[in-house]
Write a protein that binds this ligand. Sequence first.
Ligand SMILES: *Cc1c(COP(=O)(O)O)cnc(C)c1O
Length: 378
Amino acid sequence: MKRYLLTPGPTMIAPETLLEMAKPIIHHRAPEFIPLMEEVRENLKWLFGTKNEVLVLAASGTGAMEGAVTNTLSSGDKALVVDGGKFGERWVNICKAYGVNAKVIKVEWGQAVAPEAVEKALSEDPEIKAVFIQASETSTGVMHPTKEIADIVKKYENTILVVDGITGVGVFPLPMDEWGIDILVTGSQKALMLPPGLAFAALSDKAWKMVENSKLPKFYFDFKKELKNIKDNQTAYTPAVSLIIGLSQVLREMKKEGLDNIYKRHARLAEATREGAKAIGLKLFAPTSPSNAVTAVYAPEGMDAGKIVKFCRDRLGVTITGGQDHVKGKIFRIAHLGYYDRFDVIVALSAIEFALKALGHQFDFGAGVKKAMEILAE
Ligand SMILES: *Cc1c(COP(=O)(O)O)cnc(C)c1O
């Protein structure tokens, strides 16, 4: 059975990248590592839209999220967290683990946060030191208004905006310096088209100032130590060398495609997926502010979404994902990020249509694929 991995992480990896990573390992303190890391460093700055360093950590994305908290805050500090899904919840849990006093803006799943809610919370409590959001809440398929929130947080001299860009960076624009994002984090297994194992974090000058006063405990994810090292094209501890070799190839390819084209491609694939799902007669879970990384779709009334996911995976070789928590069984999610083209959209939608037909759902068979093809042909 031919397999297709259409989940919002891990995502598919280009054969060229896999070959690159199969090369013999090199030593990270040997001279040949230096030009490799130097190139990766420069290209990461390009991707993040920042003049500052992008730290490279051997961890999944959550490692960079944890580091963003522990390197900027102190026990008892106040923070504001936008929680509109599983990953918003993760910011809350990290804050809790470290004794950070998090005020939570609960957002209904499938909805984006209203920037006014952030503005209100900050004006009521100017002691809030950090605002934590997701650029793209992968569990619900929502894009939060990062730029609008950055415009608000900017006005507060002692408050930073920390953005989980794990399914945002490389999918839609998040130009860090231009928008005034203070910390931007991502991971390797999403739009960066690599296996899991690398996390990235970049900090603004405002955030680096907060690092100076932060008292939370940290050892492995010590950003100051990493900053010092990356300036010498090194990392504090043994880096995931093979992944960094793969990353150098991926970033070269991304530069060839160009950021604008990358964002346009994702927008088109996302639109074709959403319109295709609608043409099947399905309802979108996040219709008002959808993320171009992943589309969340309601299963037909009375049908367990888990059955669709299972049929696609076990019978068709197509891996998509279901919903979590209270939307488990209600929605399924189709990713369209990273090493992904128009044919992958067709694979995803045709798999859904095959599954729905097999599960006895009545609909205009082929309508979703047709609609997507029309959009992708434009
Ligand atoms: C995948 C993901 C994460 C991090 O997950 P890891 O499993 O630690 O890599 C965090 N936030 C978002 C929005 C994600 O999509």
